[in-house]
Design a protein around this ligand. Structure first.
Ligand SMILES: NC(=O)c1ccc[n+]([C@@H]2O[C@H](COP(=O)([O-])OP(=O)(O)OC[C@H]3O[C@@H](n4cnc5c(N)ncnc54)[C@H](O)[C@@H]3O)[C@@H](O)[C@H]2O)c1
Length: 420
């Protein structure tokens, strides 16, 4: 079924704003406040979220999956094995028409997020929308405007802001233990056996035009004949993905942006390349990003490689009076074990009596936080604003890499999507 092309789609946002404003705010939930969920794109992440749903329902959360939409028959067959009573559709618009769907999980590939987000808001649904919020800056602006003009609850799948490390860091900052922060340094590194590129997935035998609605997947991206590799390994291609910046950097951006209330960066620079495996991918596997925040007198750096995992994932907030560090999967030097955790370390030069503190706050379950907010109408932990700022930062970095020059926010936001 034809969808409007990309220009019509973004242009339509202003015209439909009035309709969004009229969309039902606090819909009547199911029996005993039960939240009835639909999911768009139950692929790898979508099915992880459905496993989380089963766990939190076991623990007392009152929610139920009632529908799923996916362009690949195999995914719908898989979801039906666990949730046999649900309605299933190829076209997400049929799911959004269902009156007894209160809220929708969006776990489709990045380039489809904005379409699913805007259609979901227009249909009056609350949204748990996977990161990165959108594939481009123009789409991020359209989604933020639509959400602001509606009364819908939106949680972006940036779950690091629901982590215990976030809660402890927030307290240490509020208690003045860190002082003036001038630098956030962060990284995320991975490795794979040589010859096997990171992220590359095997193509199932039934991934054929008979079982995939290819035009719905392309969603206005350059037309091309069915290509199972692009469909399954969409992460490797710019038309559908922002590479590791939109896959992983954005999680770490969200953590620092929310803790330090960072605006969109004034400028971004990114270098790197496809160095680890030359397997046809377009997006770089080796990356160094610098984001500038002159008003905050702060620089954020993020780096990544897919050829070495020794230091795993880490973030360090560097302040005049102390350091906050969180790490996950770093290799302990002597034993070789993988370590994680978060802590505060005083800068003795400015806090001579300060002591190190080991973080102990527990994680908040991010999907459960969303479901609670659907009932209370409170703002969830990763609202649309944090989705917007981190998406813009990610796209500025990628733009800088592709244009091979430092990019300012004002220049980046006027770049036509065709040159993105
Ligand atoms: N928050 C996290 O920690 C986390 C982790 C992994 C992935 N993700 C995000 O989740 C999203 C999905 O990633 P994935 O690895 O599950 O991808 P995937 O390819 O495994 O799943 C995507 C699903 O969407 C379906 N799909 C494609 N186009 C569609 C359309 N137009 N309408 C409906 N369904 C469509 C595909 O058939 C597939 O089932 C990405 O945005 C990714 O960044 C988030």
């Amino acid at each position: 079924m034809a969808q409007p092309d990309r220009r019509e789609f973004l242009g339509a946002t202003a015209a439909t704003a009035a309709a969004w404003a009229l969309s039902p705010a606090a819909r009547i939930l199911g029996a005993n406040d039960r939240v009835r969920l639909g999911i768009i794109g139950p692929g790898a992440r979508g099915r992880e979220l459905l496993q989380q749903l089963l766990r939190i329902v076991d623990e007392g959360q009152n929610a139920q999956l009632v529908a799923a939409a996916d362009v690949y028959d195999r995914r719908l067959d898989d979801v039906k094995k666990t949730f046999p009573a649900i309605a299933t559709f190829s076209d997400h618009r049929r799911l959004l028409e269902m009156k007894d769907v209160d809220a929708v999980i969006i776990a489709s590939p990045l380039h489809c997020h904005a379409r699913h987000f805007l259609d979901g808001i227009a249909a009056g649904k609350d949204l748990y929308s996977e990161k990165t919020m959108t594939w481009s800056i123009a789409e991020a602006e359209a989604c933020r405007n639509a959400a602001r003009q509606s009364k819908q609850i939106v949680q972006i799948g940036l779950q690091h802001v629901s982590g215990g490390a976030f809660l402890d860091a927030q307290k240490w900052l509020a208690d003045g233990l860190v002082g003036k922060v001038t630098h956030v340094e962060s990284w995320m590194s991975r490795n794979t056996p040589r010859g096997e590129g990171q992220w590359v997935r095997k193509i199932p035998a039934d991934c054929t035009p008979e079982h995939v609605k290819w035009d719905l997947f392309l969603d206005g991206r350059p037309s091309r004949p069915f290509d199972a590799n692009r469909f399954i390994n969409w992460r490797l291609f710019w038309d559908y993905s922002g590479g590791n910046v939109t896959e992983n950097a954005v999680h770490q951006f969200s953590w620092a942006f929310k803790l330090l209330d960072l605006p969109v960066p004034a400028s971004a620079y990114m270098s790197g390349g496809v160095f680890s495996e030359k397997d046809g991918r377009e997006v770089p596997d080796t990356i160094a990003i610098t984001l500038d925040f002159p008003e905050k007198e702060l620089v954020l750096t993020w780096q990544s490689t897919f050829s070495n995992r020794h230091y795993g994932l880490s973030d360090r907030i560097l302040g005049s009076h102390g350091t906050i560090e969180r790490q996950s999967g770093a290799t302990e030097m002597v034993s070789g074990r993988l370590e994680g955790g978060h802590a505060y370390y005083p800068e003795k030069i400015n806090r001579p009596d300060g002591v190190a503190i080991k973080g102990e706050a527990k994680d908040v379950q991010h999907l459960s936080n969303f479901l609670d907010c659907v009932r209370s109408r409170k703002e969830p932990n990763a609202p649309v604003e944090i989705g917007y700022r981190t998406a813009v930062a990610a796209h500025m970095a990628n733009l800088s890499y592709r244009q091979k020059e430092r990019v300012t926010f004002s220049a980046a936001s006027t770049v036509s999507e065709a040159h993105r």
